[in-house]
Design a protein around this ligand. Sequence first.
Ligand SMILES: *Cc1c(COP(=O)(O)O)cnc(C)c1O
Length: 481
Amino acid sequence: MMGTTGLIFNEPLLWEMGAKGRTAISIPEQQVPSCPVDENLAGDGPDFPDLCEPDVVRHYTRLSHWNFSVDSGMYPLGSCTMKYNPRTNERQSSLPGIAGAHPLLPDGLNQGSLKMMYELERLLAEITGLEAVTLQPAAGAHGELTGMLIFHAYHSAKGNPRTKILIPDTAHGTNPASATLCGYASISVPSDENGIIDPETVRELMDEETAGIMVTNPNTLGLFENNIKQIASIVHAKGGLVYADGANMNAVIDVVNMKSIGVDVLHLNLHKTFSTPHGGGGPGAGPVCVTKDLERFLPVPRVIKDGNRYVLEENFPDSVGKMHAFHGNFGILVRAYSYILSMGSDLKKVSQYAVLNANYIKERLKDVYHLPYDSDCMHECVFTDKHLQTHKVSTLDLAKRLIDHGFHPPTVYFPLVVSGAIMIEPTETESKETIDQFIEAMRTIAREAAENPEILHQAPKNAKVRRLDETGAARKPRLAG
Ligand SMILES: *Cc1c(COP(=O)(O)O)cnc(C)c1O
């Protein structure tokens, strides 16, 4: 067992610790006469607990151990690319000159940051095959919104913004949400029996009121959309645009040129593919890459190279406007830049190993878990709970039991088209030994389900908390105390 054992602390709140008058600093005794404070300003102050430094450090260190993270073990959360993030990229982004740069610095004093942003745009353009890039969006979903605004601006410039967007039934929920935010109705495109989109289905749905299609490629079943070129030409023939959700880029870096398969607009999740720790709700970045034709609609300001100088330029009259204050989430951009430069031509191996690892897991588990689409997968594989159901065990039980075996559960019940889905994305950064341990845990759980399903119904037993009321947590959050 790894990772989650030894977590049974009963940690009090900070307010329940310490003692009146205890502090973490010592202030020298006052040697000057007191000066009366304005009565309106005086008072008891906020109700902060009285604690010394070790109380605070230990409290937060203990709490941090309750968390599962990619630094504590394998985190095979499908669609999320929870890869290990090399420390060197963290280090570059915390260099004082970078971390401390003020966002209001005039361009003349900010040449280094602007140059780095300019070069990162060029690198992402090269990686995707698309010509122009904005680094502003703060996450994938924000990139989608930017992309939909660009669709809207493009069609409006042609005289009709159009009213609908085609979205496959395997799509991430953020896709229809982003389309809706721009006023587009989402039209669901059913995937075929192989888990991908049939061009004939797109041909039937595509018309001149449809602004385009949003596809995730590889899709959320971990399958490459083999017909993407044909789909793109059907959409283009009706004047539509092709949006690619690039959240799954980890499978195809330096392997697929997105422009050559017909993509017009694509977002990347730097925090997934390009080395930023994520999952705790912290900052991310969702750059959007577009074809030359759509460049004029990109958000402002844009980093422009003027001779040897870099400037932030606002003057793009067709732009969709500003998507983020200042330079976007700059610290994330630095990590991605550092990651791309430090990987160099090995970026291709990232995708090759990510795909190899997922296929290895698929092959080693398909005799015990039901595989709904038995074809070569990309960077993730999707099983179902069909075999577990015979023992009255569900995907949720399996996920909870994996916690007892020391692994973060995979993504479950997504994509929605697969009943009881278990979506496993090992990423390229896990060693064969770790992947073998994961496979062993999955096989052990399949045996437990047959022999003693109660163990699964009672899981997790080693975690700090057992089964949470997830609906209650989302609907009635308790945000204080
Ligand atoms: C993660 C993900 C998104 C959303 O990205 P965020 O950065 O979480 O906003 C969109 N689509 C797919 C397929 C994803 O995996």
